[in-house]
Design a protein around this ligand. Sequence first.
Ligand SMILES: C[S@@+](CC[C@H](N)C(=O)[O-])C[C@H]1O[C@@H](n2cnc3c(N)ncnc32)[C@H](O)[C@@H]1O
Length: 316
Amino acid sequence: MTDSDPLTGRWDSSYHAPVMVEEVVALFKGAKQVLDCTLGGGGHSEALLASGASVVAIDRDEAAITEARERLAPHEASGRFLALRGNFGEIDRIPELAGRTFDGILADLGVSSRQIDADERGFSFRPGALLDMRMDRRSTGTAADLLNTLDEAELSQIFRDYGDEPRANRLAREVVRRRDRKPMRVSDDLVDAIRGAYGARTGPSEFARFFQAVRIAVNDELAALEKALPLLRDRLDPRGVLAVISYHSGEDRLVKHTIRGWSQSCICPPKQLHCTCRGKALGEVLTKRALAASPAETAMNSRSRSARLRAWRKAA
Ligand SMILES: C[S@@+](CC[C@H](N)C(=O)[O-])C[C@H]1O[C@@H](n2cnc3c(N)ncnc32)[C@H](O)[C@@H]1O
């Protein structure tokens, strides 16, 4: 259900407030067929439908598909909207998408507010929430499984790489010490380990950072993105646009380097004096620097503060 103010969060729903909607719609101006790889609450899809595009959307999360289909039912009935369950890292395995190409493709990474707010999904550090964090509940391996089975070095790598924590081994050691007495089960167990490792004064921003790190590992999010980027590029029509919104520095770095690589015309080794590859750029980067949400948007939607939008256009 849409419940938003037309001047502010026009595409918000009780499910999720979409980030940088105007910027996304502007990047896809004139697009007729858009693939939304991360349907979530359907805010971006709805704005793109309103701009005149037809939208095929996917999500790993069954609950997101069900709710967004309800919200966008009139568009589905008119044949302009189709929602499919699937992982964007395995897009070639979705039968309905076989052979289909698009003139715009969007990926708005991470999780939605609804997923975070639903305690039973276990993404949140609210007391008593089960440590689950699976976007696709058919998949095996919850956050608790990961925290109870990985060794200290593996945990340390997750907290360092996905949680940007230089003293990650402290937390890894603390988790292992605590789980040997009592297995990790609920959010409090991880919160207590964070406090134990870094002191009682750690608060919500540290909890959010480490919970995000565990979530990225549980859902293998960077691997899915790395696999997806070339697959999505191949699904673009000539002059089609790929836009990615990231909320984590590792994801943003991956997108930045990947689209830069696709935009190089010469791929000869850097020390070679003369070009022999006669390479041709696959396309061009549309965002020299990542776009960030406006101050007005960050004031209204704190989730948008860490958002970085990058876009790339495929060659003609
Ligand atoms: C930030 S939310 C998207 C919000 C959406 N743009 C909106 O306007 O409401 C991200 C969504 O992407 C989904 N998701 C994350 N990784 C995915 C993947 N590899 N494949 C498919 N869906 C994924 C999550 O389940 C979540 O619903």
